[in-house]
Design a protein around this ligand. Structure first.
Ligand code: BGC
Length: 356
């Protein structure tokens, strides 16, 4: 079975014992438990982002009355998979398809295969654009110091986020508002409005955090060691997610020549929400995981019913255009943190101190 080639960490392979369809109609008697099932694979347990997804999946299933057990995938009809490595996951997707299983790429796109039936995602280009808009809103005059950091090159999202940031920042780099301080590849491409994937890969190769706290910290420290004091002062930092943003922010905060920094992020991780309240991280992007989970379940149910999930968009994965319905994102700063993450019911106020 394709299970064998799921080489990445299986965090939550949820085996739904009651059928999804019967659970949707609680008035009718529940049929005997069947093996109808949806398998869910998440990339890692080491980042709060994916623990959020696991928790929200469990909440959604419990709320809908499903009997959820954590098991390894078996006998499934739909596979919801968020790959650790987008290209490496193609083999698993192909084995799943060969076994008659529908494959839903969750948050991260599986690349270079036609064995992907649907992509459940946020608008990842909009995430990068939100970073760009935010940093631009804080900059005045010309010659502002800009430091770029990116996600893992094995994650297609890293390219989409970067593309969004470049869409907004490139005109402001070309006109001198910002000067890139830590990527010679980005400097060499600064007059190019639209980058090819290969060009993006060159820049990402120089500024990748690999989505890891330690890599981000070491790279930021190396950049700061190499930079003269004139390249510090007030700095603008594109950080690709909250975990790496906190690591990078801490490194910049510890440098005596850095007076003020503006830094992006995403995921609204609790620790970053606290950093925002405390003025240590400037913004994050809330990607309401409840929406993604609900979209994934809706798509899975559509496949189980022999239907096609709703499509508003398509993402090229290097081989085919994968149908998708991207969800909106929300920029969160100190100004709206209470409304966006507390009043919205995303997190309880008691998880934080010093809320505005
Ligand atoms: C996700 C981000 C996450 C990052 C690192 C990306 O694919 O979209 O939300 O922070 O991976 O895990």
């Amino acid at each position: 079975m394709f299970k064998k080639s799921l080489g990445y960490v299986v965090v939550a392979a949820l085996f739904i014992v009651a059928t999804i369809l019967s659970a949707c109609a609680p008035a009718t008697p529940t049929p005997a438990a069947s093996t109808l099932a949806v398998g869910i694979v998440l990339p890692t347990k080491d980042e709060p982002r994916w623990i959020q997804d696991e928790t929200r999946f469990k909440d959604a299933f419990t709320k809908a009355g499903y009997d959820v057990q954590i098991l390894f995938s078996q006998g499934i009809k739909v596979l919801i998979i968020c790959p650790q490595d987008g290209t490496a996951a193609a083999a698993a997707a192909e084995e799943a398809r060969a076994a008659g299983v529908k494959v839903i790429s969750y948050d991260r796109l599986i690349r270079d295969t036609d064995a992907v039936d649907y992509y459940v995602t946020f608008d990842s280009v909009a995430v990068g654009e939100a970073w760009g808009d935010f940093l631009i809103s804080k900059a005045t005059g010309t010659g502002n110091n800009l430091y770029l950091y990116a996600g893992a090159a094995s994650d297609n999202n890293a390219f989409l986020f970067f593309q969004g940031a470049w869409n907004k920042l490139q005109p402001k780099i070309a006109d001198g508002t910002f000067v890139i301080k830590n990527s010679s590849e980005a400097v060499a491409l600064k007059d190019k409005a639209t980058l090819t994937r290969d060009e993006e890969a060159k820049i990402i190769g120089q500024v990748t955090t690999d989505w890891k706290f330690d890599v981000a910290k070491n790279l930021a420290e190396a950049n700061l060691t190499a930079a003269p004091a004139a390249d510090k002062g007030t700095v603008f930092i594109v950080a690709p997610n909250d975990g790496t943003a906190r690591a990078i922010a801490d490194a910049f905060a510890a440098d005596k020549d850095v007076k003020t920094y503006y830094i992006s992020g995403q995921d609204a991780e609790k620790a970053s929400v606290q950093y925002i309240i405390d003025g240590k991280q400037s913004m994050t992007v809330l990607k309401d995981v409840r929406t993604l989970v609900s979209d994934a379940i809706t798509a899975a149910v559509a496949f189980l019913e022999g239907k096609t999930p709703e499509q508003t968009n398509a993402y090229n994965n290097g081989k085919i255009d994968v149908p998708a319905k991207p969800s909106a994102i929300v920029t969160v700063t100190k100004d709206n943190v209470k409304a966006a993450v507390i009043d919205s019911g995303y997190y309880p106020a008691s998880d934080f101190t010093g809320l505005p």
